[in-house]
Design a protein around this ligand. Sequence first.
Ligand SMILES: *Cc1c(COP(=O)(O)O)cnc(C)c1O
Length: 423
Amino acid sequence: MSITIEELKKWDSEDELKGYRKEFYINENSIYLDGNSLGLLSRRAEHALLDMLDSWRDLGIDGWMKGDNPWFYFAENLGELSAPLVGAKKEEVIVTGSTTGNLHQLLATFYEPKGLRTKIVADVLNFPSDIYAIQSMLKLKGCDPAEHLVQVESRDGRLLDEQDILASLNKEVALLILPTVLYRSGQLLDIQKITHEAHKQGILVGWDGCHSVGAIPHQFHEWNVDFAYWCNYKYLNSGPGGVGALFVHERHFGRTPGLTGWFGSKKEKQFDMEHHFTPAEASGTYQIGTPHIFSMAPLLGSLRMFDEVGMEKIRKKSLHQTRILMNLIEQELSEYNFIIANPTDDRYRGGHVSLEHPEAARICKSLKEHGVVPDFRKPSIIRLAPVALYTTYEEIYQMVAILKGIMQEKHYEKYSNEREVVA
Ligand SMILES: *Cc1c(COP(=O)(O)O)cnc(C)c1O
């Protein structure tokens, strides 16, 4: 039975999250499906930032300890608000740094090549920055990346096979670093199982949560994940360059970070100004310098919405919206050579649909001209992310209708099939 616009309007009217769309600044002439790359601004995020400016204006240096959100504890407080999104204890999460910077910090801390155990296992599909960080940390620790970085292959260039990941683990491996959700195909890995299997072989596991935090519930503490790191500007809508976050399991508390700085001190000790570093007994110890307060403030407003709604409802709607989107693509676009590259099984599907087409780069340009904001990833992927807090079912329908029109009229042919500088 085919899906109709009436049916989608009904889903919108019955949607228990529908009230949240008006919390966001939505351009009603545009269909925004790029919230997995840069989430939209909400009024609450905006207010949180403006409030922080007020505290600087009104309090000056006293803003560190006074006001509604004293800056000295802000990273810890945001960590506490983030903890439910990843299934962590509040001390296990800190909002600090950037994804790549945090990975450097975590590698500097947890990569300890010893005897035979010197290798880091990653995969060929991860985001390049993660791989660059691993390569450079290997060099800094005196290990040649050509020999010590092992990248799990992909059989089809889109997905990772769990068996291949597990087969790469052995007594030469010190660390396993994987994305929770692959940034192109949207594949969700079995975090719990892979972590468990790696631990059985004495391997520590770190997860890049950029494409899952804010879209999918996690239980990092319960799953015994050693560490994880993610950005807050994608599904968490904290704004361009917004400060990232990391998780370190409490069983690792007490370690001295690989990269130390005074903001990683035990908080009561920090202003003793001693030249002997006393690490905080919490993930806060992985902070290095003064927190970037204004690049963190929007997250406060945004996290309050996640706190109200809870990840279960967000995941439920996200899975339903991506299901409807896939079904509509099959229903309306079957004659145009699109391939749905993401896993269709709910257990292995992240928050976006990954649509492949040889003309993807220019189809994306045409979509933008028609008021749809997708994103393009090399070589031929159109990523489409309906975001539970603000995308409507009707927009999904309209987007597919617009794409159909573009394909029927071959409108994309007026562009070159090259990506833009920022794609
Ligand atoms: C977005 C993203 C990054 C970006 O890292 P930054 O340091 O925030 O620029 C890294 N890894 C993955 C998997 C991502 O999706």
